[in-house]
Design a protein around this ligand. Structure first.
Ligand SMILES: *Cc1c(COP(=O)(O)O)cnc(C)c1O
Length: 216
C-alpha cells in the first residue's frame, strides 16, 4: 500500500479526537510530502539535526513533534519552531526549554516522559519524580513552557496483557492532573490497544512509511 493509503486506513480506525503523528525519522522528504499531500500535518522526529533540516525544506504549516531523547545543549536548535516536545525527562531539561522558549518569545508545549516499561533501557521519570516536578514551586515559575500531558513507551513485548497494564498505569496516574490531558502512547504495533486504554496521541512510523533502514 502507498503512504496515503496507509494513512487513510489508520484514520479510518481511530476516533477523530485522537491525533495521528506520522513518525518520519530516517525517511526522505519526498515521503513526508506524500503524507502531507494526503492531509497529514503532524510529524514526529527523533534527531535534532534531521528535524532542523526537514523543517527548513518542508511546508511551514507542519506541526513538528520532537519525540526522541533531547539533550539540553540541543534545545536551542528546535526552540524556534517545535510544536510539542514529548520526551521531557528531567527538571533541568524543562528549565532549558523554558529559557530557549523565552529567547524566542514563545511558550513551548511539552509532555513529561514517564517510565512505564519493565525494561532497563527506556528513558523517563517514574510517577513520583513526575509528581514532584509538577508540584514544585520552581516548576510553577517557568512561564515559557506549558505541560500538556504525558508520554510513554510500553515494553517491547508481544504480551498484550503486559502492554495494557503499563498503559493503564499511566492513565491512572494522569487522573491526578486533569489539566494535563494529552496522553501520547501507542505506536505501529499497539496503537489500537493504546486508544482503548486512553491514548489521545499515537506515534506511528513503520505502518505509514514502511520499515526503517538505519544504514545511511
Ligand atoms: C520510532 C518511534 C515511534 C514509531 O515507531 P513505529 O513502531 O515505527 O510506529 C514512536 N515513538 C517513538 C518515541 C519512536 O522513537
Amino acid at each position: 500500500m502507498s503512504i496515503s493509503e496507509n494513512i487513510k486506513h489508520i484514520r479510518s480506525q481511530i476516533p477523530e479526537n485522537v491525533t495521528l503523528i506520522a513518525v518520519s525519522k530516517t525517511k526522505p522528504n519526498e515521503m513526508l510530502l506524500e503524507a502531507y499531500e494526503s492531509g497529514q500535518r503532524h510529524f514526529g522526529e527523533n534527531y535534532v539535526q534531521e528535524l532542523v533540516d526537514k523543517e527548513a525544506k518542508l511546508p511551514k504549516d507542519i506541526h513538528w513533534h520532537f519525540i526522541g531523547h533531547l539533550q539540553s545543549n540541543k534545545v536551542k536548535y528546535i526552540a524556534p519552531f517545535v510544536y510539542l516536545i514529548h520526551g521531557v525527562d528531567s527538571f533541568s531539561l524543562l528549565k532549558e526549554i523554558n529559557k530557549q522558549a523565552q529567547k524566542n518569545n514563545r511558550v513551548i508545549d511539552c509532555l513529561l516522559q514517564i517510565y512505564i516499561a519493565q525494561e532497563e533501557t527506556k528513558f523517563g521519570l517514574d510517577f513520583k519524580e513526575a509528581s514532584d516536578i509538577l508540584n514544585s514551586v520552581e516548576f510553577k515559575e517557568l512561564k515559557n513552557i506549558q505541560i500538556k500531558g504525558f508520554m510513554a513507551m510500553a515494553s517491547n513485548t508481544e504480551n498484550e496483557v503486559q502492554i495494557r497494564k503499563e498503559f493503564k498505569s499511566l492513565k491512572e496516574f494522569s487522573k491526578q492532573f486533569p489539566d494535563y490531558n494529552t496522553l501520547s502512547f501507542g505506536m505501529s504495533g499497539d496503537y489500537l490497544l493504546a486508544i482503548e486504554e486512553g491514548s489521545t496521541m499515537i506515534r506511528v512510523g513503520s505502518s505509514i512509511f514502511g520499515e526503517r533502514n538505519y544504514k545511511k
